[in-house]
Design a binder for this molecule. Sequence first.
Ligand SMILES: Nc1ncnc2c1ncn2[C@@H]1O[C@H](COP(=O)(O)OP(=O)(O)OP(=O)(O)O)[C@@H](O)[C@H]1O
Ligand SMILES: [Mg+2]
Length: 443
Amino acid sequence: MSNFTPKEIVSELDKYIIGQGKAKRAVAVALRNRWRRQQIPKELRDEVAPKNIIMIGPTGVGKTEIARRLSRLAQAPFIKVEASKFTEVGYVGRDVESIIRELTDIAVGMIKAEEAEKVKDKAREIAEERVLDILLPPRPVTGTEPSPEESHKATREKLRTLLLEGKLDDRFVEVEVKESGPVVGVLSAPGMEDIESNLKDMFSNLFPQKTKKAMVKVPEALELLAKEEAGRLVDMERVTKTAVERVEQSGIVFLDEIDKIAGREKGSGPDVSREGVQRDLLPIVEGSTVNTKYGMVKTDHILFIAAGAFHVSKPSDLIPELQGRFPIRVELDSLTKEDFIKILTEPRNALIKQYKALLETEGVVLDFKEDAIAEIAEIATLVNERTENIGARRLYTIMEKFLEEISFEAPDIKGQTIPISGQYVRGKLSNIIKNEDLSRYIL
Ligand SMILES: Nc1ncnc2c1ncn2[C@@H]1O[C@H](COP(=O)(O)OP(=O)(O)OP(=O)(O)O)[C@@H](O)[C@H]1O
Ligand SMILES: [Mg+2]
């Protein structure tokens, strides 16, 4: 489990997300609390309930982005789901318990990978032996002839040297690879995923897995066989046991779009179902036991981080029991022009860096001048104010629009450096900005 300090977590998040200090601190403390809880004596540990968080903020200011980045840091089973995707139990659709089942699947995958990493060397050794067996099949024992055993062994060792030196990398060998099981496509209706995957498991147990022969080059054969051997060496029973433990002790569920299920008005239509989803969520957030294909999973200590724009609804529109389960509320700020300038340039994955890299593949160098960046930020702020505030997402539409021509022409202007000035940006966009209706459609 990650032992990042809150400060370290915030500074990791800082590499990708501009501002939103309060939200970063809240998630950092929550994550650190998981680690702290692990350090205290068992009796007390069971008493410490996770402090679930709701992140509230307008659209496009970094809520989901914080969750995405946090998941990389957490090194814990982590799942991000859209609350609006679920339907009440009894209705067609995905029920909320599937969140925990999926989280457990994720944990199993994680632990399997960890365990496979531990047996990697051993699996590779066995794979090498198997490739050698293919290249030089063991001699059938006849018993009568004077043993040519010695020379056979020597040949094998020679081959081994060649193999390790990569001298056989261009040779083809025939290996048996598992065929992916029959695809049961009939049940691919929404909400049936679980049943389908259970069925697949059932079938794969019923019918021995088919294999097919394939000619592949030696390095690929080694990889395929090593993977197969690793699968054999890993103790799946231990994997699932550890995975369930890991989910229970350090699992994190990110419930995005929670505002979409807020609402308590009685009546017909979607509202009934919304409140139903909240009611269904309650036991999971409160702590209950969910039956998964890896066994029972207790949800008492899973951390829930919810996020929503809460444009129409408010956190107080959630049913009271659920509100009480999310004691920490953090608000994210609207983004200013200064934030936009930073978002364009500072993050590791900043937009300007992305566009430069994309066009560099065509041999075109984009030379952004400082006043161009300021102009983009200015226009984004303006359009957000005049039409609808979609936060940093506005930067995407603007960039895309004024770079359209260059993007299209790029292969023909190979080798050129294109200076992008504020004036260039303005020139490309001024007609659209002047006309409010036009900007609604285009930017
Ligand atoms: N503070 C920020 N720093 C850096 N990039 C940001 C920031 N806010 C938003 N972005 C960028 O804008 C895009 C949209 O942000 P994000 O998905 O986090 O929005 P959101 O707050 O979850 O909105 P919604 O309520 O609509 O889901 C992201 O791709 C992200 O790169
Ligand atoms: Mg979002």
